[in-house]
Ligand binder design. Structure first.
Ligand code: OAD
Length: 255
């Protein structure tokens, strides 16, 4: 378990750091009620087979199934609120200059908590685009302007015959180049990376802490369990981000 000494050490590293880059994953939104991907019992992946749902070929094969699943997740993401972990990170951005957030999450809970310029590596579930990117990548489409039967699966793109799809990154797809380049830049720049709520199993996001470490940055990990990142963490804060992060920020604020 995390102890007061580790909290103090973390606050000290944060106080001393010139550039802090934060990488978040599904765990940071768990206390808001968004299931993580790989929790054995309650994660989204436990109920559904990702190979059937989160690939371009799955969408081609069964657009309605994939569309319905993402609409369900979009609906859920639209109902939840940021938790104490998101707010603590937004406060850190207020307390210090040069604090950058990179997230693998497709929700906007960091922004709702007040964080600025969040880099979304895996897209945004609240938005949609043309499956064929007919007007260039991404061809964003506001589905509220389309007339379609919500029970009948994805609507057609207003510019071409292709389906509308969620604006998220699927397996077998490249990450958006601009966001990935920016994430790589902040990873090279930082002297402290805080990795929160990610299993570290999906590349290239999972490589960012490795790169930060190789370029000399310290690594703090916040996670109730061990992850692929744990072996390279200088400090492992074992616990839920909604509990751990406010404690660290409180100590930092007092120092
Ligand atoms: P995972 O579901 O793989 O991992 C979630 C991590 O959060 C685990 O290590 C948990 O131990 C940890 N966790 C659980 N509760 C927590 C809490 N309260 N506070 C902090 N940590 C907690 O999610 P990601 O690593 O984000 O990609 O998954 C990475 C990517 O895999 C996702 O973005 C998604 C998925 O396939 C795409 O869809 C492209």
């Amino acid at each position: 378990m995390m102890n007061d000494k580790q909290i103090l050490q973390s606050a000290k590293l944060i106080a001393q750091a010139q550039v802090i880059t934060i990488l978040t994953g599904a765990g940071v939104s768990k206390e808001s009620g968004v299931p993580t991907f790989r929790d054995a019992l309650e994660g989204l992946w436990a109920q559904y087979n990702p190979a059937q749902l989160a690939t371009p070929s799955a969408f081609k094969h069964n657009p309605k199934l994939v569309w319905d699943w993402y609409e369900w997740r979009r609906d859920l993401a639209g109902k939840v609120s940021p938790n104490a972990g998101h707010y603590a990170l937004a406060e850190l951005q207020q307390l210090k200059e040069h604090v950058y957030i990179i997230t693998q999450n497709v929700d906007d809970l960091h922004e709702q908590a007040g964080s600025k310029d969040v880099i979304h590596l895996h897209g945004n579930i609240a938005t949609h685009k043309c499956f064929a990117s007919c007007q260039g990548e991404p061809t964003l489409i506001d589905i509220s302007t389309l007339k379609f039967d919500k029970e009948a699966g994805p609507p057609a793109c207003p510019h071409c015959d292709a389906h509308v799809r969620p604006n998220v990154v699927w397996f077998q797809e490249p990450l958006p180049a601009k966001q990935l380049n920016q994430a790589a830049e902040y990873t090279q720049l930082c002297d402290l990376m805080i990795v929160i709520g990610t299993s570290g199993m999906v590349n290239p996001a999972a490589q960012l802490p490795e790169i930060a470490k190789m370029t000399g940055a310290k690594i703090i990990e916040v996670n109730p369990d061990d992850s692929m990142i744990t072996p390279i963490a200088d400090i492992k804060l074992t616990g839920a981000s909604g509990v751990v992060l406010p404690k660290v920020i409180e100590v930092l604020d007092e120092s």
